[in-house]
Design a protein around this ligand. Sequence first.
Ligand code: NAP
Length: 299
Amino acid sequence: MTDVIIIGGGPAGLTAAIYARRAGLSVKIIERLAPGGQMATTPDIENYPAFRRVEGYKLSMEMESHARELGAEIIYKDVIAIDTLKKTVKFADGSLEARALILAMGAARRKIGCPGEKEFAGRGVSYCATCDGAFFKGKNVAVIGGGNTALEDALHLAGLGCKVYLVHRRNEFRGGKILEQSVRSNTNIELCLGQTVAEIKGGTVVESVALNNVLSGEQSFLNVAGVFAAVGVEPSTGLVKNQLKLTESGHIDCGEDCRTEIEGVFAAGDIRRKPLYQIVTACADGAVAATAVGKYIFD
Ligand code: NAP
């Protein structure tokens, strides 16, 4: 039987695999799409030590090959159920069992929740500026949100020659100061602060967004071909929500030791309650969780 199955191939899962292999454990990583998770769709990463500036997908491929070269087996499949008590992971065509599980499924982009969002998804509404930005080269686009992702997305799209309207519901940004300064000094980016999205409109594709001024309630319109939602993320805890204690925000409620209340089940990265959601802290979790698995199996 495999020692540990790691569900999720983002920075937490891949680092867990590296540490687990170096501790002599057999490892299977299950990943739905491609390695890296949210990291893979981040245009430029400038705060991962030693790299200064690296494209997200490149760092993802480096982490994946590091884990694979150490002997971690990576299985690209969709997990449809997890039994934390039996340490079993189910797929449409079978299942796998292990001595321990590391839950590293990360988080997925939150929806804006306005009329038109669902209707125009894939027809102008996007949740990934890195993946879809090239389709909007030189066009008018709106980025919604005020966190690091929104700031990065706005800069990425401005770099593609787009006229970017950055729509944020408050006057202060949640994202980092250096990114904010870059956004404020970019002439391709126009700030629309204190505004929420009332509706996304169009015909077959997006043509405009209606904004509501938070204070006055006044409505205005932006003619845009694309709307990039960057209003935060939600932890991917759907498969374990009835098995483990979750916080109000849906994160797995475990501490810095990454142990859940079920023996042999650990949680690492953006899926768990944390004070700081960063690649480097996800990696740290992966290392902690894999070391805890080693103790659980060998002690
Ligand atoms: P975030 O930090 O949670 O920011 C979400 C933004 O969306 C906030 O500005 C929030 O407004 C706004 N928002 C939320 N719901 C909204 C709604 N329904 N309508 C309009 N606006 C809404 O999310 P994130 O930017 O995706 O980042 C997630 C985590 O990853 C964060 O911890 C972030 O620091 C980290 N991250 C780091 C980097 C980096 O270090 N380079 C890059 C990307 C992400 P309020 O501010 O008013 O709440």
